[in-house]
Design a binder for this molecule. Structure first.
Ligand code: PBE
Length: 294
């Protein structure tokens, strides 16, 4: 049995009312993908940019029967794991870099309307005044730039059960050639406190623990504070946290950036070629978000 929300049921009724009679044929074929999916898109935490984009996709592609189920990165990936074990249909909100692409055979659904945007960059933001208060940290954070494969290496270790601080510390130790390009010429500091805020998305767990370890190695007393997405941005604007390395732009977090423009400082891109979208197991016989209507 498929569950329809009242709104979805109403819009279906309206849609049906507007249909000409020749659209009534072939229901068995056309309903099957949605039914296999139980008309559910498995999402993550409600404040994530990808959730707003997925709601927009439901609207723009006319996926009125579908419900976007909020959960978390951990719950979403466990639902994905479960579906793949049983070779069942599932569609999730997915993004790159993420270990799911290394661990499972999954694919993005094409997005002909461009709702999820093009390639994204991840930016580092600091609170106003960090440059004068903690100039060494400001410089390291400004210099911080790495590649998807670097973030991916930490994510996979964490997914396989390593504690994030250990996976991050090992990466820093084994990649001093990269880390030194961020810390070259920086004088050690003597236990100054710095707070980095982040959201518990696997990508941001990896990057925040890694750069936290780099700052620690320079002599900072580092606190990592996990927050919800809204409070993450607010923490930089209010100065409750000093910096964050988790701003996905120009699309995913555009609304947050607009809210805090002028109250936070953009230290530039730390990773290029990130992406968000809807992701399905490769064995599913659909290629485009439009196919969810089949
Ligand atoms: N994400 C990971 C975030 C940004 C980083 C894609 C889940 C979001 O949708 O807000």
């Amino acid at each position: 049995m498929k569950k329809l929300s009242l709104v979805a049921a109403l819009s279906l009724a309206l849609f049906a009312a507007g249909c000409s009679s020749d659209e009534t044929g072939g229901e068995a074929g056309t309903g099957s993908i949605g039914e296999q999916l139980d008309f559910t898109i498995t999402g993550i935490d409600a404040g994530a940019g990808i959730m707003a984009a997925a709601e927009e996709a439901i609207e723009q592609y006319g996926l009125d029967e579908y419900t976007l189920q909020p959960s978390s990165d951990a719950a979403m990936t466990s639902a994905l794991d479960n579906a793949i074990r049983n070779e069942e249909a599932i569609v999730v909100t997915g993004w790159t870099p993420h270990w799911k692409f290394a661990k499972y055979d999954v694919k993005y659904l094409e997005d002909p309307k461009g709702v999820f945007g093009e390639a994204e960059q991840i930016h580092t933001f600091a609170r106003i005044g960090l440059d004068t208060d903690l100039p060494e940290a400001y410089e390291i954070l400004s210099n911080f730039h790495w590649e998807q494969e670097h973030m991916g290496a930490i994510m996979i270790e964490v997914n396989e059960g390593k504690a994030p601080e250990i996976a991050a510390a090992e990466w820093v130790e084994n990649n001093q050639d990269i880390v030194s390009t961020w810390t070259d010429g920086i004088q050690p500091v003597d236990g100054d406190s710095i707070t980095l805020s982040f959201v518990a998305w696997d990508s941001e767990i990896a990057s925040t623990h890694m750069i936290g370890k780099v700052l620690e190695d320079v002599g900072y007393d580092v606190t990592l504070t996990p927050l919800e997405p809204g409070p993450l941005w607010a923490s930089i604007a209010t100065g409750a946290a000093d910096a964050m390395v988790s701003a996905w732009l120009p699309g995913t977090h555009a609304a947050y950036l607009e809210d805090y423009e002028g109250e936070i400082v953009d230290l530039g891109v730390n990773l290029e070629g990130a992406k968000i979208g809807l992701v399905v197991p490769a064995y599913m016989d659909i290629d485009s978000i439009e196919d969810l209507l089949e």
